[in-house]
Design a protein. Sequence first.
Length: 85
Amino acid sequence: MADQPLKAHFVAEPIVLPDGRRIGVSAYPDGSIRFRVDGLPYVLTEAYLSGNPEKDKAIVKLSPGKQGSAAAYNYAEELEKRNQG
């Protein structure tokens, strides 16, 4: 039998960015955290997930578009085109 997905025990109100994209955060009983971001595609450009738990923080950075990837287009350039049109 397949494992049942965990139900989030905390879901934050979405954060709306100035360009209209929304970011959501959920926390789960097993200690995991999930981030949801509008405006695909994104590329993982930084991940710092280990170190000294007393002084370090986990960092995950997502960047839009082609920055080092085969993503379809650069989101920042696409936004600029939309704003000019």
